[in-house]
Design a binder for this molecule. Sequence first.
Ligand code: NAP
Length: 242
Amino acid sequence: MELTDKRALVTGATSGIGSATARSLAARGASVVLTGRDRPLGEQLVAEIQRSGGDARFVAADLAQLQDVTRLADDAGVVDVLVNCAGFYAVAPTSEIDSATFDRHFAINVKAPFFLVGALAPRMAARGGCVIINVSTMVASFGQPGMSAYGASRAAVELLTKAWAAEYGPTGVRVNAVAPGPTHTPAMEPMMAMADELIKAIPLGRVAETHEVSDVITFLATPAAGYINGATLHVDGGRTAV
Ligand SMILES: NC(=O)c1ccc[n+]([C@@H]2O[C@H](COP(=O)([O-])OP(=O)(O)OC[C@H]3O[C@@H](n4cnc5c(N)ncnc54)[C@H](OP(=O)(O)O)[C@@H]3O)[C@@H](O)[C@H]2O)c1
């Protein structure tokens, strides 16, 4: 129970990697605030964690709305571990991404974590011993046709990870990112038609299971990762190594 007495906030906790992360943090003793827009799914996961003896509650927020981001930072209370996992992507050629879709990528994937960290990190710095983990993607590291806006938004998050590691590291707040490859989650379903093509380029030759990403996020939250700061850990079966 490496995270006993730690309080965690997980965005994107109603589905996929975020929900697996919330379960995993709670199983290690953290009190977890889950957030997303889907209250029934959020409450369902809260009940599941509580049935397993964990501590969780749900706060609904639409991270495309800055006022919800600010309210979430207040409602979450004390946060020792922040996992920025919520994400949005649209697969389309650059010429077909309209202004609203472009803005949505940057609102949910960049602006929301930026202002959440802006609100929470000073409080984390005052306490020390806190951790921020940002979820990125392998396509922030190479050009993937159809994912230009998404990849660019996550590349921004990887730079923010370094900026925040430099800014808050001296106060005892570690900031890292995890960059997954294709992972079995609801978000991945529409992409499964492309799975064979994606898998061909992955040295391990398969898609990740959700726990293989959430386990790495959880590791980064624990004292075992106490000297890792400003890193992006690639959890992509070796895709960005080749
Ligand atoms: N799965 C993959 O292959 C893969 C690969 C690389 C990176 N990633 C990244 O990993 C993260 C999790 O992906 P996933 O596959 O687990 O996705 P998922 O199953 O679709 O879950 C996405 C989560 O983001 C939340 N979210 C989306 N828009 C939101 C909004 N406007 N306000 C608040 N929450 C919002 C959703 O919650 P609500 O619907 O309740 O709002 C949901 O909990 C994402 O950032 C994704 O980009 C995924």
